[in-house]
Design a protein around this ligand. Structure first.
Ligand code: MF3
Ligand code: CO
Ligand code: CO
Length: 307
């Protein structure tokens, strides 16, 4: 995702600082809670039929890699093991992992465990029973980006883990339901925020979804909170991500002062996220990163309780 104001990252909105994530296009206005965005409006790209075909392809490949991750996740593996699986599968497909060396990110995928909200760096961390881990896969293929993530259960989840993951999953669906030609970006954020807060959780403000195509992080910023009827109009042919980060506790987050990437909940509470890349159509959207198979260790949560 992108962060709101700040140096170069997209995705976020402005609470005063930018975080990592996506990059803001130059001239983009940063969103300010409670205010209309200021500054120049940035045009939002409309994809041509050829570009849409390429977006379909790269997004399908990214979704397939995410499905593979779900088939491999086990108690005892490390986040570096997930990195290797993603890296190798991406190259096998003839694509490239977009995170690798992106603004200095050192790995091929983001792996965010428990209180890590996003941009976790794969390392020797061992996944243990009861953990939750978001795996955020972005491919580049023929110059186009496809971005998708899911949160997986490692072994058997606690009721709280299960709650935050299922709320995050359904909040993405609530946002996607708003997408159609003529709707506004604020409709997406409002639907997500209303659903999440109604479930007793909170939505992260500092990182947002983003336009995507030849650029990893492009205009517009897609906030996961806000008011209906506000924000830019959504038009047929736009492609962007929706990627709500949902916390058990408060929405505030901190970026790791040492690695400058890892984003954690300020209160140490659990956080979960799901992400799709979508194409706006006249009466809805096409979920470009939709899966043709169920996501193991995530969508089959009930089965995880069976001994
Ligand atoms: N995939 C993230 C997103 O959804 C961005 C990761 S940037 C990285 O926008 F550098 F950390 F990989
Ligand atoms: Co994204
Ligand atoms: Co992503």
């Amino acid at each position: 995702m992108s962060s709101t104001a700040g140096p170069a990252f997209v995705g976020l909105v402005a609470t005063g600082g930018t975080r990592t994530g996506s990059v803001l296009p130059s001239g983009a206005s940063s969103a300010r809670p409670g205010c209309e965005p200021r500054g120049k409006r940035v045009a939002i790209d409309i994809k041509s039929p050829k570009e849409i075909e390429l977006m379909r392809t790269v997004c399908r490949l990214a979704a397939e890699t995410l499905v593979l991750v779900g088939e491999k996740i086990r108690v005892g593996m490390t986040t570096e093991d997930i990195n290797r699986i993603v890296h190798e599968d991406t190259l096998r497909q003839g694509a490239r992992p977009a995170p690798l060396n992106y603004k200095g990110f050192p790995k091929s995928v983001c792996t965010s465990v428990n209180d890590i909200v996003c941009h976790g760096i794969p390392d020797g961390t061992v996944l243990k029973n009861g953990d939750i881990v978001n795996v955020d896969v972005t491919h580049v293929y023929e110059g186009f980006h496809g971005d998708t993530s899911a949160t997986f259960y490692v072994g058997t989840p606690s009721p709280q883990a299960r709650h935050v993951v299922e709320v995050a999953r359904r909040s993405l669906d609530a946002g996607i339901t708003q997408v159609r030609d003529g709707a506004r970006l604020g409709d997406i954020g409002a639907a997500i925020q209303e659903y999440v807060e109604g479930e007793g959780c909170s939505v992260v403000r500092d990182f947002v979804g983003h336009g995507i195509g030849r650029k990893f992080h492009d205009a517009p910023q897609v906030k996961h909170y806000g008011r209906r009827g506000t924000g830019d109009r959504i038009r047929t042919g736009m492609t962007f991500t929706i990627e709500p980060m949902v916390n058990v506790g408060g929405w505030e987050v901190d970026v790791d002062p040492k690695d400058k990437w890892t984003v954690r909940t300020a209160d140490g509470s659990l956080s979960a996220q799901f992400e799709h890349t979508v194409l706006v159509t006249r009466d809805g959207c096409e979920i470009l990163t939709a899966r043709t198979k169920a996501l193991r260790s995530s969508e089959n949560v009930d089965a995880l309780f069976v001994a």
